[in-house]
Design a protein around this ligand. Structure first.
Ligand code: LLP
Length: 434
């Protein structure tokens, strides 16, 4: 199974590493995110080693999974971090990250965030506009500092992913047009507060083939050469994240395949290489445990399994129509090796087609639609697989629903790493104004 075998059925029972998922649900209740420490570290090492020929700085994109204990685990394994806000920088530093291995992207960095990051001495800013570069220059000059920056270039490449997570096409808000980069770098050459040392791109997320990276690098390596000829000492190349994971159990492009496809370009660039995987490390390393509260069936025969997890816990199906495998935690046959959208993995005779939904007041609140599953009972525990990336991280309090607990498993041990939110917690910032 995906996730470096961290989640496996044994004798009809789902385990995370050596801990039965049922025990975690009994101890911490549901909905509950369960992470495998082994999977996080294994996948961090796997992508680092895949790119070993260029000795990359791996900056885990913490927006995918920002639990402090997970960040601490990865920092301990040697990971750097990609942050997208002052809050994310605060979190990684609190978790023990090395600021000198931290990169900061995002189109809307405020001067306050820039000052904070400068004072923490991060590795590099990934700059997304001329106006932002000017702002960084002002802030750094005022502080008597010189900010190290990479220009985030928009290479205008089609990443063949969901439109909401494609970032490297010309019409996206991200990065600076490749055609505008040389002029900007020339204009900024004598700015006292900025030192342009790098080129960054991030094409989008869940990119399932190597071609977009190859197409982007073919453009970017030429750009780096031209920038150098014009006197700019570019010595850092950040190729972003976007490396896919399997959501069906099928084989997908591996870290080794991505690395092999871009290797000659990375060598040719003669730069320190940075990669920013988020989903690759986190996606298969976590699942969401939820319990079926009610079953219901309409007159026309449509069935619903109403669960205690909802779009507030995992919004990916609602937002992108994403597919996550869902399966009972107790299952004699275990999770079929491959579960694909629209396919019946159970066998026609025993399957029941259901919508797996939450309790939020929106028709868009679902975890799965028309899913063939073994008949579910009320009270049954379900696992929503491959929810480690952009799962808890994108959760919300909509409908005044307290956010789920998070549990980290290491071998035979499991421990709470984020408490379930409480009603009291929901009103903490408002109550004083009553
Ligand atoms: N670097 C930058 C600058 C990014 O903006 C992102 C993700 C990454 C790296 C990591 O990308 P990854 O390796 O995880 O694909 N919420 C969406 C995904 C949004 C990705 C945002 N940026 C989802 O649930 O699919």
């Amino acid at each position: 199974m995906a996730g470096e075998d961290a989640f496996q059925y044994r004798d009809g029972e789902l385990f995370c590493e050596e801990v039965p998922a049922r025990r975690i649900a009994e101890q911490y209740s549901t909905p509950c995110y369960v992470y495998s420490a082994r999977s996080f570290v294994t996948r961090y090492r796997r992508i680092r080693d895949a790119f070993a020929a260029c000795d990359p700085l791996v900056c885990f994109s913490m927006k995918s999974c920002g639990n402090l204990s997970v960040l601490k685990l990865l920092a301990g394994a040697g990971s750097g971090f990609d942050v997208a806000s002052g809050g994310e920088l605060y979190k990684v530093l609190l978790a023990g990250a090395d600021a000198r291995k931290t990169v900061f992207a995002g189109v809307g960095k405020t001067s306050g965030e820039i000052e904070y990051a400068l004072k923490q001495r991060i590795f590099m800013f990934n700059v997304e506009s001329r106006a932002e570069l000017a702002c960084i220059n002002d802030v750094a000059s005022r502080l008597g500092e010189r900010a190290t920056v990479a220009i985030r270039v928009n290479p205008d490449v089609e990443p063949h992913t969901h439109e909401k997570i494609a970032t490297g096409k010309a019409e996206a808000k991200f990065g600076i047009d490749i055609g505008q980069t040389e002029d900007l770098v020339a204009d900024a050459a004598d700015w006292a507060g900025t030192d342009i040392r790098g080129v960054h791109f991030h094409l989008g997320s869940l990119i399932s083939s190597v071609e977009p990276y190859v197409a982007a690098l073919a453009k970017i390596v030429g750009l780096i050469e031209r920038l150098r000829s014009a006197g700019c000492n570019v010595d850092r190349l950040n190729i972003g994240g976007g490396f896919c994971v399997s959501y069906t159990g099928e084989e997908v492009t591996s870290a080794e395949e991505y690395a092999a496809a871009v290797q000659t370009y990375l060598e040719k660039s003669d730069c320190k290489v940075i990669i920013e995987p988020g989903r690759y490390i986190a996606g298969n390393s976590g699942l969401l445990l939820t319990r079926v509260i009610y079953r219901k069936e309409t007159e026309s025969g449509k069935r619903f399994a109403v669960c205690d997890a909802a779009m507030t816990d995992l919004i990916r199906p609602t937002l992108y129509g994403s597919f996550h495998r869902i399966w009972p935690v107790r299952s004699e046959a275990g999770l079929p090796e491959v579960v694909r959208p629209g396919k019946n993995p159970v066998g026609a005779a025993s399957a029941e087609v259901v919508d797996v939904v939450g309790g939020v007041c929106e028709t868009g609140d679902f975890l799965a639609k028309d899913r063939a599953l073994p008949p579910l009972k009320e009270g049954e525990l379900l696992a929503v697989f491959d929810a480690g990336a952009y799962g808890f991280a994108m959760s919300s309090n909509y409908n005044a629903r307290p956010r789920a607990a998070e549990v980290l498993v290491e071998g035979g041990e499991c421990r709470l790493v984020r408490r379930r939110e409480t009603y009291e917690g929901l009103v903490r910032l408002e109550k004083e104004f009553l």
